[in-house]
Design a protein around this ligand. Structure first.
Ligand code: F6P
Length: 348
């Protein structure tokens, strides 16, 4: 078979490990040849690809980012974009496409499936918000990076008796905030799934202070917002007017806004740190390397068994397949019982 691979959306540690697994498993187990489209769906629309031989993917297991490049290009946002993608795949003699991406990239794979493209999806996102899989690769690495940052913020917050707000990624969901917040012993964890009460947060910080805890670390997802009267000001401070081709506004700024509000309401000196793309870069953890490799090998198996229109997924320790329809369109929200059971008893 002639396999194509692409990586779309925000990059993520482990993308190269999936590419390596697809190329090596396809070649060694089935005699497949592979090509990689460059820069996600944009490369398919513009017919830009490179041959991928096993020798070319040597050394990729531990390398962050994606050697194929990525973009947030949506073929369905451009006139004739989808038609060009279908035509180019046919002209390049592609028998099957492995699309590695999150909700947007896999949503495109699903729609192109309706136009005859034979695609299998691999779930990628540091946010861990894809449905149908318990975990996406990249999430574990992002949590590890954020936890190490929170550990460092704890000691400087203690030294200066400050409140430090740490903003982590998570556009729609609070998986990174919850896991890194729990692992780093944060004193407040604020997630997009629950509108927070700013004055309640400040009161809890003041109670901590009264108990002799003069420093606090607050972890907030970039997509978290307060409820009530504070909401409008927070939205204005955190969401830019710029949207990508999938309609997502660029987020960022809630940490700075929150630190200002906390200082104003409590009188405690406050600072903020935004971890941003540091969470997306760098080498994947061992867990993510193994998961990415299992997903890549699983995707090749799915292709050879004709399971098009599916996504490989991780469920109860096993790699399974779920229909792409079940994976996209509805972000997998944080299981709030995690915060209630494991975080709440230690907060404040
Ligand atoms: O890939 C998901 C994500 O990391 C979100 O958490 C974040 O909002 C977004 O990507 C940032 O994207 P970009 O790099 O395009 O600004």
């Amino acid at each position: 078979m002639r396999l194509a691979v692409l990586t779309g959306g925000g990059d993520c540690p482990g993308l190269n490990a999936v590419i390596r697994a697809v190329v090596v498993a396809g070649s060694r187990l089935h005699g497949d040849e592979a090509v990689g489209y460059l820069d996600g769906w944009r490369g398919v629309m513009e017919r830009r690809s490179v041959p991928l031989r096993p020798s070319r993917v040597n050394g990729l297991l531990a390398r962050g980012g994606t050697v194929l490049g990525s973009s947030r290009t949506n073929p369905f946002a451009a006139e004739e974009g989808a038609a060009a993608a279908v035509r180019n795949l046919a002209d390049d003699g592609i028998d099957a496409l492995v699309a590695i991406g999150g909700d947007d990239t896999l949503g495109v794979a699903l729609r192109l499936g309706g136009l005859g493209v034979r695609a299998v999806g691999v779930p990628k996102t540091i946010d861990n918000d894809l449905s149908g899989t318990e975990v996406t690769f990249g999430f574990h690495t992002a949590v590890q990076t954020a936890t190490e940052a929170i550990d460092r913020l704890q000691t400087t917050a203690e030294s200066h008796h400050r409140v430090i707000v740490c903003e982590v990624m998570g556009r729609h969901v609070g998986w990174i905030a919850a896991y890194a917040g729990i692992a780093g012993g944060a004193d407040e964890i604020l997630v997009p799934e629950v509108a927070f009460d700013l004055s309640a947060v400040c009161q809890r910080l003041m109670r901590r202070h009264e108990r002799g805890r003069y420093s606090s670390v607050v972890v907030v997802s970039e997509g978290a917002l307060p409820g009530g009267a504070d909401r409008e000001a927070a939205v204005a401070a955190t969401s830019s007017a710029t949207v990508d081709q999938f309609g997502h506004a660029r987020l960022g700024g809630v940490g700075a806004w929150l630190a200002e509000q906390i200082e104003a309401q409590t009188g405690f000196e406050s600072r903020h740190t935004t971890l941003g793309h540091i969470q997306r870069g760098g080498t994947p953890t061992a867990f993510d390397r193994v998961l990415a490799t299992r997903f890549g090998v699983g995707a090749v198996a799915a292709v050879h068994e004709g399971a098009f229109g599916t996504m490989v997924a991780y469920q109860a320790g096993r790699i399974v397949r779920v229909p792409l329809e079940e994976a996209v369109g509805k972000p997998k929200q944080l299981d709030l019982s995690l915060l209630e059971e494991v975080a709440d008893p230690f907060l404040g």
